[in-house]
Design a protein around this ligand. Sequence first.
Ligand SMILES: [Ca+2]
Ligand SMILES: [Ca+2]
Length: 221
Amino acid sequence: MSHSHHWAIAFAVVFLFCFTQKAQAGFITFDNENDFLSAAGPVLVESFESFSSIAGQSQVRSSLSTTNFEINHFGGSNFFVADEPLFGGFATDGIHYLEEVSTGSPNTFHFHSFQEPITAFGLFITDFGDFGNQSVPLEMTINDSTTLFIANPGDPDGSIRYFGVIATGGEIITDVKLTNADALALDEVSISAGVPEPSGILMFFFALVLGTVRFSRLRLG
Ligand SMILES: [Ca+2]
Ligand SMILES: [Ca+2]
């Protein structure tokens, strides 16, 4: 196969990939922190270490104002800043994290009022899916218009998972709602830093294309 054919394959893959991503409403999801961070580029991380906690769950909140965004909570009995592992929830960085007090149908963390438009949002979720209404999935709704499925209940007590979303094609993220019907915990909320450049995500796709071409050579060459 000639070199021109290899380039034809590469361009076809890029074209099909871009086309497919547009069809998916401009959002790509990740369940691996390293993959998310590689594609997102520079991020700001909120680990909740600077927020005071009171041992146990005596300081219940319905909102929290962080440096770069606001959090509101509705459903269930809101949340608190925990400073020790409780009920299966735990910090993934430092010792502080956010812990929902009780189950609800649904329970929602609402992230909004980002200081600048963002294109990437990711976080660690612990202790999802071991309790509460087992018919309600874990979902993330972006800009009140696109709902992304994360997982069905059924994870064991003390489980950990990562979820990240990156906007493509000029989309921005202004509003994020994380909904479930369990009492989950979260930590390390990462958002893209500053006005994004497409280079990070393009390099991620370019690596995929190179992998495809190399595979073709091995198979056909
Ligand atoms: Ca933390
Ligand atoms: Ca739970």
